[in-house]
Design a protein around this ligand. Structure first.
Ligand code: KE4
Length: 427
């Protein structure tokens, strides 16, 4: 495929933007080739600036569950834009979207709109700390919750329980307040909760991990976290920025029947425009300014264009059939990929939950970051390039989830499988 224009644009971008991209994963660093520059998208397809078409499984990293340039979203934006794009004042649209979110997530008794998942998580953690008066938080290795300082922390070496920064610019004194445990390891959570009694403000978890590749919670994991939090007055914070409206209309909370105390959302609720949201029990959310003393603000929070796109998106998603359709497509793709790999004796593990999946280049099972990291990332890179050459656009990292949309057709899925058959033979 000719990608001359992408390469030329990349060279130009490198002179103006760090790494030529506005978010690191877009740079294709894990693949080792220049990134594609995208011109347009429609439905399940995306076109690069050289006119090459691809079936898209990135979906803007989750938001485009209804497919790109959905007519209902475009209509909503065309109706809203002429009235003005931002007022810095409340509008009825914010009430409408908050109400829809609360109907989908009954645990979110009150909701605050922000402009990204990172902002939602940063704010929710501040609420948990303000509500409990405690400083520590506990997160899981391999889970990503945006780039807030307290979350850019990894497990200390050896037996060290305190977190250490995994980014320059994060103060050690702050990182120390972040404890980490392996995903699906309830025993470790219990040990840390006992080691730091009444010091942990919240446990934050991706109820289905998407940022080490897709990894569902093990049996009893979420229930165990709920119990530990109830016993110790710790806030249970579900980061549903990916899973919210993705795995079910009510996210992982609906799928597994577990309520969080605070929930973070993003991606899908903006329909492709910048939106994040956090919310939860009224007794916690009433701590948020201007009612309470936990400060949080945002110039473009509740932006009318973003609200309109979000409302239109949830309108499309709120029918039960949507998730049955998504589940069928996801299972079909996951099963065919496994068959294809088996026929060509390529060791893989495929994890899938409605609307999202990850193909790991390792025997598996993949149930946490340690097992995910056993994947052959060089083989993944070769697979990615082979699939791209055949018109399939995958997330450019082994440790991300593929996103299926309502717009992916049976033909798209079968073309993807044919491409896998060829790619598995060549890598
Ligand atoms: P944003 O600030 O990127 O809107 O959301 C941060 C975030 C929070 N929580 C979860 C579970 C997330 O997955 C994310 C962001 N996801 C990544 C991809 N896995 C966004 C892609 C990127 O960083 O460019």
């Amino acid at each position: 495929m000719n990608r001359k224009r992408s390469i030329a644009l990349y060279r130009r971008a490198l002179q103006l933007i760090p790494g030529g991209v506005n978010s690191p994963v877009r740079a294709f660093k894990a693949i080792g080739i220049p990134p594609l520059f995208i011109d347009r998208a429609k439905g399940s397809k995306i076109w690069d600036v050289d006119g090459n078409a691809y079936i898209d499984y990135v979906g803007s990293w989750g938001p485009m569950i209804m497919g790109h340039a959905h007519p209902k979203i475009l209509t909503a934006l065309k109706k809203t834009a002429p009235k003005g794009t931002s007022f810095g004042a409340p509008t009825s649209l914010e009430i409408e979207l908050a109400n829809e979110v609360r109907k989908a997530f009954p645990s979110m008794e009150m909701v605050r709109m922000v402009s990204s998942g990172t902002e939602a998580v940063m704010s929710a953690i501040r609420v948990a700390r303000g509500y409990t008066g405690r400083d520590k938080i506990l997160k899981f290795e391999g889970c990503y919750h945006g780039h807030g300082d307290s979350l850019l922390v990894k497990a200390g070496s050896g037996a060290a329980t305190f977190g250490i920064p995994n980014s320059f610019g994060v103060p050690e004194d702050l990182a120390r307040h972040t404890l980490t445990a392996p995903y699906n390891d309830l025993e470790r959570v219990r040990i840390l909760a006992n080691q730091f009694p009444e010091q942990i403000a919240c446990i934050i978890v991706e109820p289905i991990a998407g940022n080490m590749g897709a990894i569902p919670p093990g049996k009893g994991f979420l229930e165990g976290l709920r119990r530990i939090c109830d016993e110790r007055g710790i806030v249970l914070l579900f980061d549903e920025v990916i899973t919210g409206f993705r795995v079910a209309y009510g996210g992982a909370q609906e799928l597994y029947g577990i309520q969080a105390d605070l929930t973070c959302l993003g991606k899908i609720i903006g329909g492709g425009l910048p939106v994040g949201a956090y919310g939860g029990m009224e007794k916690m959310m009433e701590k948020v300014a201007p009612v309470g003393g936990v400060y949080q603000a945002g110039t473009l929070s509740g932006n009318p264009m973003a609200m309109a796109a979000g409302i239109a998106t949830l309108e499309i998603l709120k029918t039960k059939k949507v998730y049955k359709d998504l589940e069928k497509k996801t299972v079909y793709l996951a099963e065919r990929i496994c068959e294809s790999a088996d026929e060509r004796s390529v060791p893989v593990a495929v994890n899938q939950v409605t609307g999202m999946l990850t193909l790991f280049f390792t025997e598996g099972p993949v149930r946490d970051y340690a097992t995910a990291k056993k994947s052959d990332t060089k083989r993944f890179a070769r697979f990615f390039i082979e699939m791209m050459e055949q018109g399939i656009y995958l997330p450019p990292s082994q440790f991300e989830a593929w996103f299926i949309s309502l717009a992916h057709t049976q033909k798209d899925l079968d073309k993807t499988i044919e491409a896998c058959n060829t790619a598995f033979k060549k890598i």
